[in-house]
Design a protein around this ligand. Structure first.
Ligand code: CA
Length: 370
């Protein structure tokens, strides 16, 4: 089996939508006609990663054996490192790795979780990840939370998504929302607070103490992601679990968070490493007794790839992330992941267990500048 062709493309979430709002997908075809599906981080439409896949990665992998995916990834990371080992390049390599695992599963007629060593669970609980709460009123936050509770999530995370260039913008307002949500869901329902890098160290301490009083489960990215030592300091000083890692693009970066004191890390399968990279993070976290709870906000390929890893993970201590609901891209797949009674059920079909609808792909594909 050899890689014959790779196709990196952006699909609009809505056929009429502006091109910037889309998913960055990859299809890898083999000489015997198998097709593997991958996805890169859609930041800025994923255009930078798609360009690297088309211009730099495709010529290097045509003719390669998909089963050599780990060697391919490490070779290309080192060869292309000066394109920037954080972000666009790692997103591109993640898409490639996921597609090659999908191919491996199809070639061997096994679901990916079997190839990872087997599943501890194939019915996976999820938490609703609700963005944009910084801009909402308390009442608007409550209405959105009520709506999402109908999906039967195992937990809810409220994200604030404030302007990252402004710190401690409205601590009193943020806490009023956190308090109101706690009151709405009752004392026992699991809640998480995602600051999206919005606080100073002292602001984060203040918020963290309040969240402890309110019984929140974890406190995500309280300060800027690049303040690794501050994240560690907060994790050591606060009782609430402090988490970070969605902006860590290498195994070493995740190790630095752990070294600093962070005890819950959140690497993202489509931003760094793909399935191979996330598996390495799982091992690193396991060795240090640290929780690994992946960040993952894309609803189809990224979500499904992430769930295969979560299925095979020994300690999956928190539910899988399910981002703001949107049927975006679901029409593009014959069998998109959709929860039933509060659980995602992983299929036992070969590979990731997803297939694309060609007419939808054609209708939504965005022409990228050469
Ligand atoms: Ca986050």
């Amino acid at each position: 089996m050899k890689i014959a062709r790779i196709e990196a493309f952006q699909l609009r979430w809505d056929p009429q939508d502006r091109p910037a709002a889309g998913s960055a997908f990859l299809r890898v075809w083999t000489d015997d006609g198998l097709c593997g599906l991958g996805e890169a981080s859609p930041m800025q439409g994923g255009i930078a990663s798609l360009g690297i896949l088309t211009r730099d990665i495709a010529p290097a992998v045509i003719g390669a054996d998909p089963l050599d995916h780990a060697v391919i990834q490490d070779r290309l990371l080192h060869r292309l490192v000066k394109l920037g080992p954080e972000g666009a390049l790692t997103g591109a390599l993640a898409a490639l790795d996921i597609a090659l695992w999908d191919l491996k599963g199809k070639y061997l007629s096994q679901p990916v979780y079997k190839l990872l060593g087997g599943a501890w669970r194939t019915a996976l609980p999820f938490y609703s990840s609700i963005g944009g709460n910084g801009a909402r009123s308390v009442d608007e936050v409550l209405r959105v939370v009520e709506q999402r509770l109908r999906d039967q999530p195992a937990a809810i995370k409220i994200r604030f998504d404030n302007d990252r260039s402004m710190l401690d913008n409205d601590i009193a307002g943020d806490l009023a929302k956190a308090r109101a949500v706690r009151k709405l869901v009752g004392p026992d329902f699991p809640l998480a607070f995602d600051a999206n890098n919005g606080f100073s160290l002292s602001g984060a301490m203040r918020v963290g103490r309040a969240l402890e009083e309110l019984g929140y489960w974890w406190f995500e990215e309280p300060v800027q992601h690049y303040h690794v030592r501050q994240l560690g300091e907060l994790a050591r000083r606060l009782d609430i679990t402090v988490s970070a890692g969605e902006q860590s693009y290498t195994l070493s970066a995740v190790a630095e968070l752990i070294d600093a004191g962070v005890r819950m890390v959140q690497p993202d399968i489509i931003k760094m490493g793909g399935i191979t990279g996330l598996q390495r993070c799982v091992a690193l976290a396991l060795a240090h007794g640290v929780e690994l709870v992946p960040h993952q906000t894309q609803p189809t390929i990224g979500h499904q790839a992430n769930m295969h890893v979560a299925a095979a993970q020994l300690h999956a201590t928190k539910p899988c992330e399910l981002n703001d609901p949107s049927p975006r891209m679901h029409a593009v797949f014959t069998d998109p992941p959709v929860p039933k009674d509060g659980l995602f059920h992983l299929p036992d079909t070969p590979g990731l267990g997803l297939s694309m609808v060609e007419t939808e792909v054609a209708q939504r594909q965005v022409a990228l500048a050469a």
